[in-house]
Write a protein that binds this ligand. Structure first.
Ligand SMILES: CC[C@H](C(=O)O)C(=O)SCCNC(=O)CCNC(=O)[C@H](O)C(C)(C)COP(=O)(O)OP(=O)(O)OC[C@H]1O[C@@H](n2cnc3c(N)ncnc32)[C@H](O)[C@@H]1OP(=O)(O)O
Ligand SMILES: [Co+2]
Length: 139
């Protein structure tokens, strides 16, 4: 089950400028700034009620964010859903014919295990599944 809209990921060129803008827009400062080396991204997280905004900047030419921004304007990059059991959800979606971009859950930002679903499987939206690591059974 997908239980919650965990975060909306926004791709930006200038993370500091976008962080200042969203701090003003949301009326609250970010609760976390985190580099995810495996994705070559710097991330900044804001809480908005029960959901979050994740700002992302690429830190290398190979970063998915850098590649995205080479083709598309700044803006929504992905939508992330919270799951209780990421392996079960991956198996379910694979069975249903969704294209998963990683075969195994992988470490994400903000203390999560994550998996991405190809945009082509989800009406052009890159989908991320997130399971909080504390609740992962020894993954
Ligand atoms: C994990 C840390 C953090 C977290 O929250 O925990 C993150 O969220 S990190 C976020 C960055 N990491 C990723 O996005 C990993 C998954 N992404 C990928 O594997 C690629 O970006 C992929 C496969 C979605 C696209 O790869 P690439 O850009 O090399 O492929 P193409 O340029 O050929 O694109 C193929 C096709 O997809 C369209 N596309 C690409 N990115 C997106 C997107 N974000 N949303 C919607 N559509 C997207 C692209 O336009 C191409 O479409 P086409 O019609 O063929 O032109
Ligand atoms: Co994300």
């Amino acid at each position: 089950m997908l239980t919650n809209l965990e975060h909306l990921g926004l791709a930006v060129h200038d993370l500091a400028a976008a962080t200042a803008l969203y701090t003003t827009l949301l009326g609250t400062p970010p609760y976390k700034q985190e580099h995810v080396a495996s994705e070559a991204v710097d991330t900044v997280f804001f809480r908005v009620g029960g959901s979050k905004i994740e700002l992302l900047a690429g830190t290398s030419p190979e970063s998915a964010i850098t590649k995205f921004l080479a083709r598309k304007p700044e803006g929504i990059h992905h939508v992330a859903f919270e799951v209780d059991d990421i392996r079960a959800e991956m198996a379910r979606l694979k069975e249903e014919g969704f294209v998963l971009l990683n075969e195994e859950p992988k470490p994400g930002a903000d203390n999560k295990l994550v998996c991405f679903v190809h945009p082509k499987s989800a009406v052009g939206v890159l989908v991320e599944l997130c399971q909080t690591i504390d609740s992962a059974d020894g993954d």
